[in-house]
Design a binder for this molecule. Sequence first.
Ligand code: SF4
Ligand code: SF3
Length: 549
Amino acid sequence: MSMFCFQCQETVRNIACTVRGVCGKTEDVSNLQDLLIFVSKGVSYFAHIAHQQNISCDFADTFVFEALFMTITNANFNDSKIIEKIKEGQEIREQVKNILETHAINIPENLPKEATLTSTSDEQIIANSLLASILNEQDEDVRSLKSLILFGVKGMAAYVEHAHNLGKRKKSSFAFMHKALSETTRTDITVDELIALTHECGLYGVEVMELLDNANTSAYGNPISTKVNIGVKNNPAILISGHDLKDMEELLIQTEGTGVDVYTHSEMLPAHYYPAFKKYSHFVGNYGNAWWKQKEEFETFNGPILFTTNCIVPPNETYKNRVYTTGASGFKGCVHIPDRVEGKAKDFSQIIAHAKTLPAPTEIESGEIIGGYAHNQVIQLADPIVDAVKSGAIRKFVVMAGCDGRMKSREYYTEFAKKLPQDVVILTAGCAKYRYNKLELGSINGIPRILDAGQCNDSYSLVVIALKLKEIFNLHDINELPIVYNIAWYEQKAVIVFLALLSLGIKNIHIGPTLPAFLSPNIRKIFVENFGIASIDTVDEDMKTLIEN
Ligand code: SF4
Ligand code: SF3
C-alpha cells in the first residue's frame, strides 16, 4: 500500500484508495496531504490553548482553514503547493508556541508528535509524509470517528474560507476547529468523547453555514427566483467553477466591457440567483453539468476555465492550457492566479486576455433552468406553500441536497426524482441537483416541484425553511414535518452538512449512493440505531419507505 485515502464516496471498493485516487490524486500528493493535516493538527494543538486563554492567533486560524481546504477532494493536486504549505505550517506552529511562552502559558511536557515533527528539506518532508497516515491509529472505531471529525472540519474550513473572503470571520468557529483537531491528536481519547465531539462538530457546522449565508447575502443580496440560460452566445467567454462568490464578483467586474462573456459551471450556477450579479449583461448563463462531466464539456467550451475551489478533474492535454486555478485549488502545470494583496482585487487580466484569443463556446444544450429558492425567497412564498400543504396539494417535501459524482449508481437519483408522485416537492442544494434539474417536473399551484436553494452550503437555507415550517405548523419536533431526507454525498462538505442536520435532531436521513467507507461497522451501527440513518435501496423500495409511509 503506497497511500491510504477514504475521504470521499468514490473510494475504491468503498474501502480506500491505496495505489492512486479514483479522483486522480497520486500517492505523493495523497501522502503530502496527510502530512499537511498532521502539521495542521500541530498548529491547532497550540492554537487551541491560545483560544482557551483568549490569546489571539488570527494567522493560525487562517492557516488551518486554508490548509484543510487544500486537502478536500478534487481541490488541489499540486505537490509543490502542498510542500510550501507544510513548511508554512511548521513555522506557524512555532510562532503560536512562542506567543504562548511569552504569555507564560504552561505548555504540557508530553507533546503529541503532530506538535513536534519538523522537516527542514523537501526530501525530509517527502520522507515524513509516509508517517502521517490515519492508519497509525490502531483502533478501528477511534480511527473512524477521528476521520469523521476531520472530514467534517475540512468541510467547515471550506465554508469558513468563503466567508473570510467576504470579510466575515467568527472566533467561536476557529476555536472549535482547533479544539477538534487538537483532540484528534490524543491517543487516550474514548469513543464516547469522540461521539460528543462529532455532535459539537455538527452544531458548529450550522454556525459556519449561517456565517457564510450571512456573508453571501449581505454582500450580494438575498437570492431570488431566477431563470438561467443554458444555451450560449457568440462572444468569447470564461467559464467559472467552484463556490467562491468573491472571485465571481471580481471576475465580473474585470470582464465588463471587454467583449468576454462569463458563464457559470457546476456549483457556481447559483451565482445567477444573487441580485448583485444581475446587472452584468455579459454574465450570460450556465454551461454544462456537474463537475464530473468536465472532460467533455471543457473541450466544447473553447474558452478558459477558472477553478475557484473543488471539483477539478485532472485535465486532458487538449484543454489543460485553458485551465486556471485560484484560492485553495491547484493543478500542476495550470496557471494559478495569486491571492489578493492588501485588500486589492485578484488580477484576472491574464485569463481575460487568453479568453479574447479563443472562439465562443459551442452550444451543447439550450433552454433555461430555474433556481434561487434560498430561505428568504421561500419564506416570501410561505403563504401559498402552507396553503398547498394544508389542502393536500403538497403531500411531502424531499430534501435531495448534496453532491453529484460519476458512479452509475447515481442514476438512482434521476429515477427517484422522475418517479416521485406529482404532489411531492424536491428541496435541493449542491451539485446533486444536476441529476434532475433539467427534468420537466412541473409545478404545484405555481410552486416549482424542484426548489433549488443554491450551493451545498445553502443546505443551511433548507434548515431555515424546515425550522420556519415547524414554527408555522406549531410542531414540537422537526421530524413531525412532512419532510424526508434523501441525500447524495461525495466529498467532505457533504460530511459537515450531514453532521449539521444530525445536530439539529433530524432523523431517518437516507444517504447514498453508499454509506461512507470511513464509518466502521460499530460506528455505523451507532448512527443507524440512534439516528435512523440508512443507505439508499432501490427506487421503488425507497419510494415506499420515504414517500408512501
Ligand atoms: Fe480516493 Fe476520494 Fe481520496 Fe481521491 S479523495 S484518493 S477518490 S478516497
Ligand atoms: Fe459538488 Fe464537488 Fe460536493 Fe458543493 S462541486 S457539492 S461535489
